[in-house]
Design a protein. Structure first.
Length: 166
């Protein structure tokens, strides 16, 4: 028997390697695109959760301040709010950069606190028929790079004292 015509096969041919590399590239492209969509979705969901938490935080603080208020005054055409409580005065106002600022004066102590999140709209009103009822409408927003998320909340609180419109 002659062994001259038989080739021993110890590796892959160039054509086989090319087909394998092309199939691998298509598969990797698919995996990377699914991972990128998953990451984008996670970032959007996290921003949405932060937005909801910002709204809850601001709503809780408003309810806490207004529920114990002896008197409430809506200022600046509804863009500001001032509450007189037993421990002092609390003021809410919206700055141009979209930050909601809560200022307070309690005896000798005073301070200023920027509420979390970007607030696009803050409007307060005293109910015309029931003057102890205060409605505050908030519109919060958060950006996730390519998308911008918004959420609206309305906080309705019954105060201990009568509201005043100025």
């Amino acid at each position: 028997m002659s062994v001259v015509g038989a080739r021993s096969r110890k590796g892959f041919t160039l054509a086989e390697l090319t087909v394998f590399m092309a199939a691998s590239a298509v598969l990797m492209t698919g995996i990377i695109s699914v991972e990128a969509m998953s990451r984008r979705s996670t970032f959007t969901e996290m921003a949405s959760l932060r937005l909801l938490e910002d709204g809850r935080s601001v709503s809780w603080q408003l309810r806490s301040d207004l529920a114990s208020a002896r008197s409430v005054r809506v200022t600046d055409g509804g863009r500001g709010l001032e509450a007189e409580t037993e421990s002092g005065t609390v003021t809410y106002g919206l700055e141009e950069e979209g930050r909601l600022v809560r200022s307070y004066v309690r005896g000798d102590d005073s301070g200023k606190e920027v509420m979390r999140g970007r607030v696009e709209e803050f409007s307060a009103m005293i109910d015309p028929t029931f003057e102890r009822l205060v409605r505050v409408k908030l519109k919060l927003s958060r950006s996730t790079g390519a998308r911008s998320l918004t959420a609206e909340r309305t906080v309705v609180v019954t105060t201990r004292g009568v509201g005043e419109r100025t």
